[in-house]
Design a binder for this molecule. Structure first.
Ligand code: KIV
Ligand code: ZN
Length: 520
């Protein structure tokens, strides 16, 4: 009897996922996500690309030094400095992996690398050998593998394994593959590469044609032993293979795939919400597995069937993916222990100090709202752990808006002990005027790219969550604000984004001149 293959789940939310515009996370946010990924049961966490920036290096090092329970991986190009830097960041991990990549397709060889096939093989071999000198767990990726000539791909893979690669990852970098194509590539590698049994074959699909999950499953059918994916499928352009979808496909259609993963599927929805809250990239309502409508049956005929027997229209149970039937509701008499318990169930790991602050905020909110739902608690926690230096905070505002008239805003912001106030009569509406006032006081000019208001829970007294995306110096910055007052939530969100811009300018050594000489 042959035992069932176990498929390794390699999560790259913190590396490839973070590359999606506006999804960048700070170190404490990355630590939250990394811990949630361990709780979810992923095998490998790709924590970042250490040479990309000092911030990336610090994030990978902090995760490697502190997170236990998964292999921690760092990405490196096939270059000595990249590999050395990756190892420097990873060496404190319980188990580390260096992931080296080099493009192999004709178009990349000719235009990007200007290298011929033999040079590519030499470079790949040298890099894998260097990385293998640091640690035994080495992954090699021939970038754009799906558009690489199959004979050459086989040569590169064989050489990388001989040089010490223990995992060979096959990226569909531009999301060009189809299930038959990707399945064929994996089958050919297994048939033609003589040393292929010495490495795990991994699959890494982008979703440009909406086929990333289907392509990853096709690879598993042909013997891939690792899937690279991200929570909610976030990633560059159309994103990466969605972890929750591919895992639930393997589980629900176990009759067909006959393979298992170590994922605790009940953690899928909490982890999805955590990543959506942290990145500000919400999932669409009809998103498979984790969308709000994924288990909602509206059609009368379906509801009738469901009442008679759930399995008539339900192929997975909501509880299997961690979708609680009803939120556990807390109120003003709930204590710290109940709050700590809910925070843990939602996937957060709060320090004693953080819990105390969130508890104080929770009490204020519970006084305003009768019932406090999970989403309210998540929103409060997000505010606490966000860890953006609060260069400016709101001291107060007054807004006069009337139909047919230009609104007037008087806004006071604090920077340290000093306060600055601006009165402006501008804009197309109250939010526009408020944002202008923030720009005036802070001196930070941005282009607003996105502005969303949504209610965190149900009811007229629900908290409003506002997310904004602004552009400054060609970079995207996100901001988020929560309040039962949607105007205040908007100012908070905009100011949060502006504070991120200020922090980035500070890091780059070009801080803004303070504009706080009393009232201006
Ligand atoms: O899509 C890609 O090719 C990648 C590699 C670095 C694995 O992300
Ligand atoms: Zn990728």
């Amino acid at each position: 009897m042959t035992s069932e293959p176990s498929i390794k789940i390699f999560d790259t939310t913190l590396r490839d996922g973070e590359q999606s515009p506006g999804a960048s996370m700070n170190i404490s946010e990355k630590m939250e996500v990394a811990q949630a990924l361990v709780d979810l049961g992923v095998d490998i966490i790709e924590a970042g690309f250490p040479i990309a920036s000092p911030g990336d290096f610090e994030a990978v090092r902090t995760i490697a030094d502190n997170i236990r329970g998964a292999v921690i991986c760092g990405l490196a190009r096939s270059a000595n400095d990249d590999i050395d830097r990756a190892w420097d960041a990873l060496k404190g991990a319980e188990q580390s992996r260096i992931h080296v990549f080099l493009a192999t397709s004709a178009i990349h060889r000719e235009f990007k690398l200007k290298m011929d096939k033999d040079e590519i093989i030499r470079r790949a071999v040298d890099s894998v050998r260097r990385a293998a000198g640091y640690c035994p767990d080495i992954e090699f990726s021939p970038e754009d593998a799906s558009r690489t000539e199959i004979e050459f791909l086989c040569r590169v893979v064989e050489a990388a394994i001989d040089a010490g690669a223990t995992t060979v990852n096959i990226p569909d970098t531009v999301g060009y593959g189809t299930p038959a194509h990707i399945g064929g590539v994996i089958r050919t590698l297994r048939e033609r590469v003589p040393n292929i049994h010495r490495a795990v074959i991994s699959i890494h699909c982008h979703n440009d044609l909406g086929l990333a999950v289907a392509n990853s499953l096709a690879a598993v059918e042909q013997g891939a032993g690792q899937i690279e994916c991200t929570i909610n499928g976030i990633g560059e352009r159309a994103g990466n293979c969605a972890l929750e979808e591919v895992v639930m496909a393997l589980r629900t259609r176990h009759d067909h795939y006959r393979a298992r993963t170590g994922i605790v599927t009940e953690r899928l929805v909490p982890t999805s919400r955590l990543v959506a809250n942290i990145t500000g990239i919400q999932v669409q309502r009809n998103k498979a597995i984790v969308g709000r409508n994924a288990f909602a049956h509206e059609a009368g005929i379906h509801q009738d069937g469901m009442l008679k027997e759930r399995r008539t229209y339900e192929i997975m149970r909501p509880e299997d993916v961690g979708l609680a039937k009803t939120d556990l509701v807390l109120g003003k008499h709930s204590g710290r222990a109940a709050l700590a318990d809910r925070a843990k169930a939602l996937g957060y790991h709060l320090s004693g100090e953080q819990l105390q602050t969130v508890f104080e905020q929770f009490k204020i909110l519970a006084d305003k709202k009768k019932e406090v739902y999970d989403a309210d608690i998540a929103a409060l926690i997000e505010q606490e752990i966000r860890d953006v230096p609060e260069t400016w905070t709101i001291a107060g505002y007054r807004l006069v808006a009337e139909s047919g008239r230009t609104p007037t805003v008087t806004l006071s912001l604090k920077r340290g002990e000093e306060e600055a106030t601006e009165e402006v009569t501008v804009g197309d509406g109250p939010f526009d005027a408020l944002f202008h006032a923030v720009e005036r006081v802070t001196g930070v000019e941005v282009v607003c790219r996105d502005f969303n208001v949504h209610s965190v829970t149900v009811g007229k007294d629900a908290q409003a969550e506002v997310t904004v995306e602004v552009e400054h110096g060609g970079q995207i910055f996100r901001g988020r604000g929560v309040s039962t007052d949607s105007v205040e939530a908007s100012v908070r969100a905009f100011l949060n984004a502006v504070n991120r811009v200020a922090a980035s300018l500070e890091r780059a050594g070009t801080p803004l001149a303070p504009k706080v000489a009393g009232n201006v």
